[in-house]
Design a protein around this ligand. Structure first.
Ligand SMILES: Nc1nc2c(c(=O)[nH]1)N[C@H]1C(S)=C(S)[C@@H](COP(=O)(O)O)O[C@H]1N2
Ligand SMILES: [Mo]
Length: 268
């Protein structure tokens, strides 16, 4: 970038026709014009901001914001309703040879008896939950078409705990003393070798499971024993195998494949 020492005073008194300007003069002119636009662009949002701040308030928020929030809530409500369920299939359609894909975070052996699901909570001790604890909750099964972003899909049968029920039982996901949800859930393997971030509405979708069974059998190691995520509204990449810990957060949790160039949400 050239140094800009031009002030209005340095411009020629009478504006010559473009043809008479040297290339350098033309560049200066354009730079000044660009600056003027830049300044104007800065002023407009400020005036809008001022307008927003003098609008009537509702629950201490300017009403215009509140209206946007209400619209978002409506979107979320329809999202949670059963209108957006992934299609399901009869049990006979489920694959017997279930495809295995990806072993990041699964390369070391784990002691399944010692394993606990760790739930990190703000300003509280982490919760340690055993598989037996989870199995005291009702089991939910799903037979649906699992889709990998690499281009294959397969009808698969999984069983486990409904994630929204799990969240309710352990009172997770909402900010302390409020009804506001944290916008994201993070999950990672015990060794931290694979990790995903998921928007809370998708995590709370009625078909999202913490799965401990596949085809009515305990999960095998390559499929993520002892516990994995099954989230039918997302591509395979988000279906973390061998969950070590879970936490809700305000910031987008790190995501293994998003860090390698995939879209963060990779939804279906
Ligand atoms: N821990 C872990 N979970 C993972 C992966 C991985 O590499 N490590 N790969 C993901 C991808 S890309 C897919 S398609 C599915 C595959 O699950 P499957 O091996 O049970 O078919 O797991 C997902 N979860
Ligand atoms: Mo995948």
């Amino acid at each position: 970038m050239a140094e800009i020492d031009d002030t209005a005073e340095n411009l020629p008194e009478k504006k010559p026709h473009r043809e008479e300007l040297t290339t350098e003069q033309q560049i200066r002119r354009r730079t000044l014009k660009a600056f003027a636009w830049f300044a104007a662009a800065g002023i407009i949002p400020y005036s809008i901001w001022k307008w927003i701040m003098i609008q009537p308030k509702q629950n201490r928020l300017p009403k215009v914001f509140r209206e946007v929030l209400n619209a978002n809530e409506k979107v979320a409500d329809s999202y949670f309703s059963n209108a957006n369920l992934a299609p399901t299939f009869p049990k006979e359609r489920a694959a017997k040879n279930v495809r295995v894909n990806g072993k990041d975070g699964l390369r070391s052996a784990i002691d399944k008896d010692a394993w606990r699901l760790t739930v990190e909570r703000p300003a509280q001790k982490p919760l340690l939950i055993s598989l037996d604890d989870l199995k005291t909750m009702p089991k939910q099964e799903i037979i649906y078409q699992f889709k990998c972003i690499e281009g294959w899909s397969q009808i698969q049968h999984w069983g486990g705990v409904n994630f929204a029920e799990f969240v309710k039982k352990y009172q997770l996901g909402k900010k302390t003393g409020s009804d506001d949800w944290y916008p994201y859930v993070g999950m990672k393997t015990p060794d931290g070798g694979y990790y995903v971030g998921i928007d809370t509405p998708s995590a709370l979708h009625p078909q999202t499971l913490l799965a401990y069974e596949m085809n009515d059998q305990p999960l095998t190691d390559p499929h993520g024993a002892p516990l994995r995520l099954i989230i039918p509204v997302k591509y395979g990449v988000k279906n973390l195998k061998r969950i070590g810990s879970i936490w809700f957060s305000d910031e987008r949790p790190r995501d293994f494949w998003a860090e390698r160039g995939y879209d963060y949400h990779v939804g279906l």
